[in-house]
Design a binder for this molecule. Structure first.
Ligand SMILES: *[C@@H]1O[C@H](CO)[C@@H](O)[C@H](O)[C@H]1NC(C)=O
Length: 280
């Protein structure tokens, strides 16, 4: 729904094949940030694993360099079976300071046979609360799939296997991250207090160690040439209609408790403004 509200100013042509084909080298590109030996770089730098067990917890890594805008691709294979309580991440952040910016992909584990939740969020000046959540149309633990964040001056786009699932636009007068440089981070951590069915399902340590696989990390400046064309817009609507399970702009109950809808949700949107209003 959000998609159709964006004007054609930037949603124009999605170029699926613009990825650099060279595979990235984790030895060159990233450093472990926590978890010590729970970060393993294998296959001459082409594969990275994060491990979590009860004794030593999870792990994480960070890009060595920071960016102001870019396209960031990662292929990931998530924890199979009972992954309830685990959270696997791939995100951008400007740091830990209270007024930081952040763009998140988080994968919330689930019990065997129940779907992962893909949680996305955008923090600007330390202010988050812009969640959109999705189910996936495949089992993310069976194979590697690619997850991408495109962060340009005009829009932030989230892709799964090159299908756009979310666009956060830089619209006049609404908050947007466009000044702070960000690093690329990834982690595997214990989120059992929150992640699965609102924290009701805890980690099953009998299934540990939990392992997440990362490969083909690429950071490019492809945001300059990547825009959604009509086909991309159709795919975005398809993902939102069939797989989106939560959209903060529609969480009227929440905003009635916290001082109204965020600015970017209030923006009048020709035509679609009505559809949103109807849900009241
Ligand atoms: C886990 O599966 C249940 C049942 O299908 C679903 O309601 C829930 O959203 C899934 N994801 C998480 C993270 O709890």
């Amino acid at each position: 729904m959000a998609a159709s509200g964006f004007s054609s100013q930037f949603l124009l042509s999605l170029i699926l094949c613009s990825l650099v084909s060279a595979s990235a080298d984790f030895f060159q590109d990233v450093v472990p940030t926590w978890g010590g030996p729970h970060v393993q770089i294998l296959n001459g730098g082409r594969l990275l694993t994060l491990t979590m067990d009860q004794k030593n917890g999870g792990a994480g890594f960070s890009s060595k360099v920071d960016f102001l805008f870019g396209r960031f691709d990662m292929q990931m294979k998530l924890i199979p079976g009972n992954s309830a309580g685990t959270v696997t991440t791939f995100y951008l952040t400007s740091g830990d300071e209270p007024n930081h910016d952040e763009i998140d992909f988080e994968f919330l584990g689930n019990t065997s046979g129940s779907p992962y939740t893909v949680h996305t969020n955008v923090f600007i000046n330390g202010q988050g609360g812009r969640e959109e959540e999705f189910k996936l149309w495949f089992d993310p633990s069976a194979n590697f799939h690619s997850y991408s964040i495109v962060w340009g001056p005009q829009a932030i786009m989230f892709f799964v296997d090159n299908i756009p699932i979310r666009v956060y636009g830089n619209q006049q007068g609404t908050p947007y991250p466009h000044t702070r440089r960000m690093k690329v981070l990834a982690s595997l951590w214990n989120g059992e207090g929150w992640a699965t069915r609102g924290g009701k399902v805890k980690l099953d340590w009998a299934k540990a160690p939990f392992i997440t696989y990362y490969r083909n990390y690429l950071a490019t400046d492809a945001w300059q040439i990547q825009r959604l064309d009509p086909k991309g817009r159709i795919l975005l609507k398809w993902a939102q209609k069939n797989y989106r399970t939560y959209y903060y702009c529609h969480d009227f109950e929440r905003f009635s408790h916290y001082g109204g809808r965020p600015q970017e949700c209030r923006r009048p949107r020709a035509r679609k403004g009505k559809a949103i209003g109807k849900q009241h």
